[in-house]
Ligand binder design. Sequence first.
Ligand SMILES: NC(=O)C1=CN([C@@H]2O[C@H](COP(=O)(O)OP(=O)(O)OC[C@H]3O[C@@H](n4cnc5c(N)ncnc54)[C@H](O)[C@@H]3O)[C@@H](O)[C@H]2O)[C@@H](O)CC1
Ligand SMILES: Nc1ncnc2c1ncn2[C@@H]1O[C@H](COP(=O)(O)OP(=O)(O)O)[C@@H](O)[C@H]1O
Ligand SMILES: [K+]
Length: 490
Amino acid sequence: MRTAYSVETVRAAERGLMARLPEGALMQRAAAGLAAACAELLGRVYGSRVVLLVGSGDNGGDTLYAGARLARRGAGVAAVLLSPERVHAGGLAALRRAGGRVVGAGSGTEPAAAAGIDRVEETILRADLVVDGIVGIGGQGGLRPEAERLAGVVAESGAPVVAVDLPSGVDADTGEVRGAAVRADLTVTFGTHKPGLLVDPAREYAGSVRLVDIGLGEVLPARPELEALQHADVAALLPSPGAESDKYRRGVVGIAAGSARYPGAAVLAVSGALRGGAGAVRYVGPAGDAVIARFPETLVSDQGPHKAGRVQAWVVGPGAGDDAGTVAEVLEADVPVLIDADGLRLADLDVVRERRAPTLMTPHAGEAAALLGVAREEVEAARLKSVRELAAKYRATVLLKGSTTLVADPASGLVRVNATGTSWLATAGSGDVLSGLAGSLLASGLSALDAGSAAAYLHGLAGRFAADGAPAGAHDVADAIPGAWRDVRR
Ligand SMILES: NC(=O)C1=CN([C@@H]2O[C@H](COP(=O)(O)OP(=O)(O)OC[C@H]3O[C@@H](n4cnc5c(N)ncnc54)[C@H](O)[C@@H]3O)[C@@H](O)[C@H]2O)[C@@H](O)CC1
Ligand SMILES: Nc1ncnc2c1ncn2[C@@H]1O[C@H](COP(=O)(O)OP(=O)(O)O)[C@@H](O)[C@H]1O
Ligand SMILES: [K+]
């Protein structure tokens, strides 16, 4: 399991740890990990040109000490100080002792700021590596104008960028990027991941992320802010039939989806459900012929959900058109219900709120925006906040689809993030496959949080396998689920 903690929790943990350690020990651990990552990226340290962008806080301190380590190994290290009067004094002295220099304003040799700025730009444009130590977890809002201008020069230089703890300008707790921010190739983060490193849009600014152990693990609380399942976690959740299993004990999933206009949604939801671990898939709705033609193992009924026979979990909504009656009927069932697509628009939300059995809602950003009464762009900008709000508002588990899919649990407030996907999954019908898959996992007994997050994980992986660098259709994604399942179990 990968976990992320909020800034407040990180700071409290750091205080506890610092009290037991000699002064500056944590910063030295951070700087050592940072310097090692930079050296690896450079390949050859001796003779390389490294530029440090140094802000006024401890993030700048880490950067200066790491720069000193690189300078001792023969790199030419130049520091650009954004607030020379408030720079980390110990870090700057260490850099100078190691032979590093300061360029531009703050160097003490440049009388005219303008002349300093030209030198700074020239130095950045010739760099082999830029280290972003402008702000870390102490950052408020996007980059300030001077830092923004430097970030522009860095982008122009094309040099690889290593962000220290976080890409400066992104929000550590929410993953929001409300102004300019640094775009990194690698982020070296200390002690624990921060939510912003795992959630878009900030995640995209971070590049690949490397966690440096500074000993924080032992003082962090058991419950993180955000979790990201890994192969082993998903493997432990997936159902596996035993000697005493039969199709009913494995769980029956009911799919109430599709319409005369959208029969394909029914077929795709069933295709996901058949690969999700339930012992049987029941289909109710007007697309029975299309479903049977493709998947003869489906139990088909046109009598509506009440008369469909035993079902341990329902999926309702994909391609449902305007059939509000079926949605209402499904919501009356005292078993877990997954509501997707048209179902999210047709459901009586007061009924959803009052349900006793678990509900899993699976909106994409547009559907989430409609449910929250805000613009789609606002959901995309604030994904973590949006999914939490939805879960609280509807007292349901909510899976917000997109490049990083989030699943929020209403009772515990815990959110899981999934990043196994690929943008090739942005193809019509792939959400229908996901809803069938998640519904099947619900029917086999997983909680809504586990079913949603395990389904997102498998679906993302299946998307990768199906696409493998080329476009794939939703049915290809469904076909790739067994391969993803095996990969997770291996
Ligand atoms: N506290 C600790 O024990 C450790 C902290 N470490 C480092 O310390 C960092 C946190 O240090 P700080 O608390 O000093 O905070 P930061 O260094 O992240 O930033 C705070 C400083 O930046 C300025 N600032 C805030 N927002 C800004 C913006 N948008 N543009 C420009 N300047 C802005 C503030 O005025 C303040 O001076 C971590 O991210 C990590 O890099 C590491 O050394 C590991 C140990
Ligand atoms: N940019 C992206 N990167 C990764 N996954 C994506 C991206 N865009 C969409 N997806 C995934 O593709 C699926 C699309 O679902 P949805 O929007 O409901 O499509 P449809 O309604 O056509 O089935 C979801 O699982 C979503 O998480
Ligand atoms: K930074």
